[in-house]
Design a protein around this ligand. Structure first.
Ligand SMILES: Nc1ncnc2c1ncn2[C@@H]1O[C@H](COP(=O)(O)OP(=O)(O)OP(=O)(O)O)[C@@H](O)[C@H]1O
Ligand SMILES: CC(C)(CO)[C@@H](O)C(=O)[O-]
Ligand code: BAL
Length: 280
């Protein structure tokens, strides 16, 4: 495995590999790797000759007062994990390498961002789209791999790639969970012991809501069911709860087709998200 920090160096290496006719799989991350990330790397490894992973905590997608500074970082451990997963290139640029000059163009996502994380973190997906677009231009992979835990991110990026006619596939993988159901997240290390104990309730609540949906509950009833359950938790507070069509993320009163049940929850030092997708 080689570690590259400079975009120009990455370009050179990728050009060489492309000339050899090798297929490239790309996994963008913000580091502090866990089994969720590793599952994406493993799928990419099984599909491609060359696997590129990026680690970059992107300041553009963090709002004021969010956790950019305290976001978990451990490049040495990440490097070792990537080596174990037979990653070929680990790309870890600094902020100034990624954004060397004032931008002459701004990326604005205009579809599917008036709900969920797009609504509760204004500008977040503009930052995500900007960095993902830059990374995709640097790596120019045949496919890029994302986790379904960030379901809105998957929808936004798939749509962006389509809008911009980019010749690559966006592949989504299921959410990897702890044995008690909590979705793996780099931010889980910021949970206190008590918070960690109740955090699995987020997923359990979504599963109970799924049962409620099979019993015929409509959108409003499901949202209220999830909210009430979450309000009984003694720590933290609800950021959002919603039930929408997926991947369009539209409000549909009578639920049919593919539906996402999604939530975000603030603990003292970690905002966690989770979702499940159901067929009605
Ligand atoms: N539990 C998981 N299962 C599958 N994929 C995941 C999981 N957690 C994160 N991913 C995916 O890994 C990629 C990189 O995500 P990121 O580095 O932000 O990790 P994270 O654990 O989601 O961090 P955060 O603390 O911001 O939630 C994204 O495509 C994300 O959806
Ligand atoms: C896709 C991504 C790496 C862009 O910074 C980030 O949003 C993430 O880790 O999900
Ligand atoms: N995986 C989502 C990245 C973020 O929370 O900014």
């Amino acid at each position: 495995m080689i570690l590259i920090n400079k975009p120009t160096e990455l370009h050179e290496k990728i050009k060489e590999e492309r000339q050899k006719g090798r297929s490239i799989g790309f996994v963008p991350t913000m580091g502090a790797l866990h089994e969720g990330h590793l599952s994406l790397i493993q799928v990419a490894r099984s599909n491609h000759d060359l696997v590129v992973v990026s680690i970059f905590v992107n300041p553009l997608q963090f709002g004021e007062g969010e956790d950019f500074e305290t976001y978990p970082r451990d490049i040495d451990r990440d490097q070792e994990l990537c080596r174990q997963e037979a990653v070929d290139i680990l790309f870890a640029p600094s902020v100034s390498e990624m954004y060397p000059e004032t931008a002459s163009v701004e990326i604005k996502v205009v579809e599917g961002v008036d709900v969920l994380c797009g609504q509760s973190r204004p500008g977040h997906f503009d930052g995500v789209a900007t960095v993902v677009l830059k990374l995709l231009h640097m790596v120019w992979p045949d496919a890029a791999y994302f986790g379904q835990k960030d379901a809105q991110q998957v929808a936004v990026i798939k749509q962006m790639v389509k809008t911009l006619s980019m010749p690559l596939s966006i592949v989504a993988s299921p959410t990897v969970r702890e044995s008690d159901g909590l979705a793996k997240s780099s931010r889980n290390v910021h949970l206190t012991k008590d918070e960690r104990q109740i955090a699995p309730k987020l997923y359990q609540t979504l599963l109970e809501a799924k049962e409620h949906a099979s019993g015929g509950a409509n959108r409003k009833e499901l949202i209220s069911f999830i909210q009430k359950r979450l309000e009984t938790l003694t720590l933290g507070r609800v950021d959002y709860v919603d039930v929408l069509s997926y991947p369009k993320l539209e409000q549909v009163e009578e639920l049919s087709g593919t539906i996402i049940l999604a939530l975000a929850y603030h603990f003292s030092h970690a905002r966690l998200i989770d979702n499940i997708i159901i067929e009605k």
